[in-house]
Each structure stands twice: as C-alpha cells, then as structure tokens.
Design a binder for this molecule. Structure first.
Ligand code: ZN
Ligand code: ZN
Length: 260
C-alpha cells in the first residue's frame, strides 16, 4: 500500500498506488499524486515491470509525469557515465497499461507544457481492452468496468505461481458490477470516499457502509478501505463497514503489506 488518499492528499500522504510483488515480478496498480515518492521508499522505480491504471483521474495517474521524467532524465538512464552511474545503452522502460483513451489524455496534458511524447517515450505504453486479460511477468490481470464519472475499471491480480486473488475496485458508485467479478476474492480493496451519499447529483463514489455492503455481497475474505481522507475518522469508517460485513476490515495505511 503506497497511497490511499482520495483526490486530495492526506498530510504526508499519497493518492492511489498499490505495489504488487510476486517473486521477480513487480507491478504498480495506479500511480496517483505522491505515489512516486512512496514507491521509492520500497522499490527502485527502474525495477518496476509494469504500471496499470484504473482510470485517468489525477489521483490515479498524475505521478506518471514525474515517473516519466525520472525514466527520461535520471543520470543512470543516460548512455554515458555520469558521476557514480555507469551509463547504459538499455535504460529501463517499464510497461504502462492504460485504459482505452488514456494515451490521448496524457499526451494532451504533457503537450500543453511542451513535452508531447514524454509518457510514450519513457514507458512501453499500450492501452488495454477491459474485455481481455493481460499478463505482467508472473501476474495475470483481469478488468471489470465500473460506473464512475469517466471510464473506469476494477482490476483483479492473480499469480500464475498460485496464491490468492487481489481485487481492487477503483472508484465507483454503488454497483452490481463487482459482484461476479470479485466473488469470494481473498483481498478486496474498496474505496470508502464519502461521509454520506451524494445528494441531488450523479453518484460517483461510495461510503464506508456501502463498501461493507459490497464486500458482503461479494463474500470477500477480507476488506481494506481505501480512497478515504485523513479528515474522516477511520474507526467510524471501519464500524460503518462492519454493519454489513462480518469479515475482517482494515483502513489502508501507506506502508501496510497484505499477503494473498
Ligand atoms: Zn476517480
Ligand atoms: Zn479517485
């Protein structure tokens, strides 16, 4: 768990970012604002095999920009020796899996500041089809579109080496879409953004109580609440989720490690 803030960062925190490690494979799920700094506490950014993005909101993808700058400008990525870095003809270029349309979104943002191909040159960039599975090293990815303000996908990660299932709901309003997709998953990470449901507007997020209801309907083995501000009481959030869900509930904290 690298970051769990909603669309504005906690004090000293980061937005959505989840590091999945399986043997030699290292996958980053979402790369929101502040995530690169958190990632660097745990893993060298050149050793990440792939980054997968659930949707193109800033709190889920904006640290792709500093990440791409690092891959482009860091001394060790250059072809000639610089200071203590030996120089390389093969700079790291992690895979970047974007939702459909994601490449154009990033290109529009970076082009506005004169860096048209920043992302595409730094990463091996591709858009995934949510109807198809993807493979990143030993990890298999499945996707499930969920209803939000922009096209958004829940993501399931499993290992071809065995072990359990990790399901990340991304951002969504109350939905049945997760029920089959996350049925009996081993670790369900759901957003718990709202202190109360949105009133008089299109819904886009859920409350901790609704996260508990979703976990119960999915019959998940374990629930972790994320995308929740430090301006909400985490004990209250946990108690709300436990009203509907009888399994173990935690509120995500940066640095937490979950084994499936
Ligand atoms: Zn969002
Ligand atoms: Zn979000």
């Amino acid at each position: 768990m690298l970051g769990k803030s909603p669309s504005w960062q906690d004090a000293g925190g980061a937005c959505s970012g989840y590091l999945v490690e399986d043997g030699e494979t290292c996958l980053l799920v979402d790369c929101g604002s502040g995530v690169l700094s958190e990632l660097r506490k745990h893993r060298d950014y050149v050793d990440v095999d792939a980054v997968v993005i659930s949707h193109m909101h800033a709190d889920h993808c904006f640290d792709l920009i500093p990440y791409a700058n690092a891959l482009t400008y860091a001394p060790r990525q250059q072809p000639v020796p610089v200071e203590r870095w030996a120089g390389t003809e093969n700079p790291a270029r992690p895979h970047l899996l974007l939702p459909p349309g994601g490449s154009d979104v990033l290109r529009t943002i970076t082009a506005a500041v004169g860096q048209d191909e920043l992302i595409q040159n730094a990463f091996r960039t591709r858009e995934y089809d949510p109807a198809e599975n993807e493979q990143a090293g030993s990890l298999r990815l499945r996707f499930q579109p969920v209803p939000h303000y922009t096209p958004t996908n829940a993501i399931e990660v499993t290992s071809s080496e065995g072990g359990g299932r990790f399901t990340y709901g991304a951002d969504h309003r109350p939905t049945d879409a997760l029920c089959g997709f996350a049925d009996a998953t081993d670790l369900l990470i759901l957003e718990a953004t709202l202190p109360r449901p949105e009133r008089g507007e299109e819904r886009g997020h859920i409350t901790p109580g609704e996260a508990g209801e979703h976990a119960a309907r999915c019959d998940a083995a374990r629930l972790v609440l994320t995308h929740i501000s430090d301006e909400l009481d985490w004990e209250w959030a946990k108690a709300e989720a436990q009203r509907a869900y009888s399994g173990p509930v935690e509120v995500a904290l940066p640095g937490n490690v979950y084994t499936v």
